[in-house]
Design a protein. Structure first.
Length: 525
């Protein structure tokens, strides 16, 4: 494993060995030349946002309206660089986002690097105001929580190529009762409901970006021969990929570990018309196969090994800052599996810090199921010994991953934020999820993992009662109802299920009903 050395994204934005004082800023065939700095901060997207005061003509749709209103292009750009940057790397190694490339020349990961100098010509206040002005609108494509931050995501894509289902802008839920009653009087506890979304998980945020770029590549003038988009999945990536591909008319191919994902997840790609291969292996086995297959066939890889995905996912971090009026929370807790998302959160926060939208980043916590905890073990070894493992069955089935592709990214994120890795047993995660449900949520088991980590960190007094803390809820509880049914049925072997609330079977007569209700009201049952 490559050692993570970068402690700040700024190292990505300016290569350590580059002698160019304006890193990647000039002379490249990958980007248009920079314009002279405008004295007033305006960009094309801005014009589209502000010019929609009048209702568009009935014969025009929102894409066409956006095209009509589009002003001159902006000069922001982005490209792939090796990740993390090491002194051994060729400082000139970079790739256009229009290339189909997932790995650096040394076989390492890639990251999307933005032209920070161009973005930094505008003060943080400009970006805050611009992003705030777009929230809740329908102006294409800014009604999406991802594309409302287009300049920080895929600045060069034509809005007409974007495949968006108006994802993002998810609820930041004040978990008042959970914090007050069950977490030692926590006053400032929040749950970012990334799973209350089009396909029921945070994957929509990344998939809109990836499928939009594929759409751009397939269409003229690039006209790349990409016949389909494929992924390995524990159920959520496949659902998001299938939905976005279906919306764009692009074939989707998904590799699923047989009998290891929920029925609700399985039916999503089936319903969206994807080619679904159910394979007799675990997620890590599916991941190995999809990598081999995409190296042979003109199928574009949609897993988070592909760093485009993380550009969309990072907008959840920016959205959290925005929802707090650009104040930075103290802690953000993220459940981790393949480990792309923890890095995406870091990148979103760090980009806002570097560009002056905020002045610091929160401490990150990555929470893993004890049955699938390679990162936790690595952390506990003092980051000295990473061992992939065979992940055991967990109710948090979407993070049943033993050989995460983004482990290097996670290490960078955690080291840079003085982060922590925690784990949760099956009982801890199911209890945490069920307790949260009892305070008005309908959490998924992965959110249960993050909540269980919070319980532990509160017990250890690492997180204080007044610390502003955000737990990232990654999927909708309705995708994982069987685990809740088993819990409330007390049918889970060796689990007390202390918050189970099974239905009471009552004879359908007045006296029996009254009897039960009186016992209930008197606290006897
Ligand atoms: C619901 C859910 N939560 C958390 C995760 C973990 O995200 P990551 O793989 O980016 O660590 C996943 C996917 O792995 C997921 O589907
Ligand atoms: N939980 C994921 C696992 C794959 O992660 P990815 O982010 O690399 O696509 C899933 O839902 O498939």
């Amino acid at each position: 494993m490559a050692t993570a050395t970068a402690s700040s994204l700024s190292l990505l934005f300016a290569h350590p060995h580059s002698s160019n004082p304006r890193p990647f800023a000039g002379g490249s065939h990958l980007r248009r030349p920079l314009r002279a700095a405008p004295h007033r901060a305006r960009c094309a997207s801005d014009a589209a946002t502000t010019a929609t005061k009048h209702r568009r003509p009935a014969e025009e749709n929102i894409r066409e309206e956006a095209a009509r209103l589009r002003g001159p292009g902006n000069d922001f750009s982005a490209w792939y660089v090796p990740f993390p940057p090491t002194p051994e790397d060729d400082p000139d190694e970079r790739y256009s986002l229009d290339e189909v490339v997932y790995r650096s020349s040394s076989g390492g990961l890639l990251d999307v690097c933005h032209d920070m100098e161009a973005l930094a010509r505008f003060p943080g206040s400009y970006w805050r105001d611009l992003f705030d002005s777009r929230v809740g609108r329908t102006a294409w494509p800014y009604g999406s929580g991802v594309w409302s931050k287009k300049e920080f995501v895929l600045p060069e894509i034509d809005s007409d190529h974007i495949v968006s289902l108006f994802e993002g802008n998810s609820n930041l839920f004040w978990a008042e009762r959970l914090g007050r009653e069950h977490l030692g009087g926590m006053t400032d506890l929040w749950v970012k409901h990334c799973g209350i979304s089009h396909t029921g998980s945070f994957k929509d945020l990344g998939m809109t970006v990836l499928v939009s770029q594929v759409n751009r590549l397939r269409r003229a003038p690039l006209s790349r021969p990409i016949n389909g988009v494929g992924c390995a999945s524990t159920g959520d990536t496949s659902a998001a990929l299938s939905a976005y591909c279906a919306a764009a008319g692009i074939p989707a191919i998904v590799f699923l570990p047989a009998d290891r994902i929920s029925l609700q997840q399985l039916i999503q790609p089936i319903a969206n018309g994807a080619t679904v291969l159910s394979l007799d292996t675990d997620f890590d086995g599916c991941m190995r196969l999809i990598r081999e297959v995409t190296a042979e066939l003109p199928i574009y890889l949609a897993n988070s090994l592909n760093s485009l995905r993380l550009e969309g996912q990072k907008t959840a971090a920016i959205e959290i800052l925005q929802q707090f009026d650009w104040q930075v929370p103290d802690w953000v807790i993220v459940p981790g599996g393949n480990l792309g998302n923890i890095y995406a959160f870091y990148k979103g926060f760090e980009m806002c810090r570097v560009l002056g939208l905020v002045d610091r980043v929160p401490r990150l916590v990555c929470a893993q199921a004890a049955n699938a905890n390679p990162l936790y073990r690595f952390y506990k070894s003092g980051w000295t010994d990473f061992q992939p493992r065979v992940a055991e069955t967990t109710f948090a089935s979407a993070i049943q991953i033993g050989d995460p592709v983004s482990v290097d990214r996670a290490v960078v994120a955690l080291k840079a934020t003085d982060g922590i890795v925690e784990e949760a047993t099956e009982e801890e995660l199911m209890d945490a999820m069920s307790l949260a449900d009892r305070t008005g949520m309908f959490a998924c088991p992965h959110t249960g993992v993050a909540l269980a980590a919070l319980f532990k960190l509160r017990d250890q007094r690492i997180i204080g009662p007044n610390d502003r803390t955000v737990v990232v809820s990654t999927a909708h509880g309705l995708k994982f109802t069987q685990s809740k049914i088993d819990y409330h049925d007390r049918s889970i072997k060796d689990m007390l299920c202390q918050y189970a609330n099974p239905p009471i079977n009552v004879k359908a007569d007045f006296a029996s009903v009254m009897d039960v209700l009186q016992n209930k009201l008197n606290g006897k049952i």
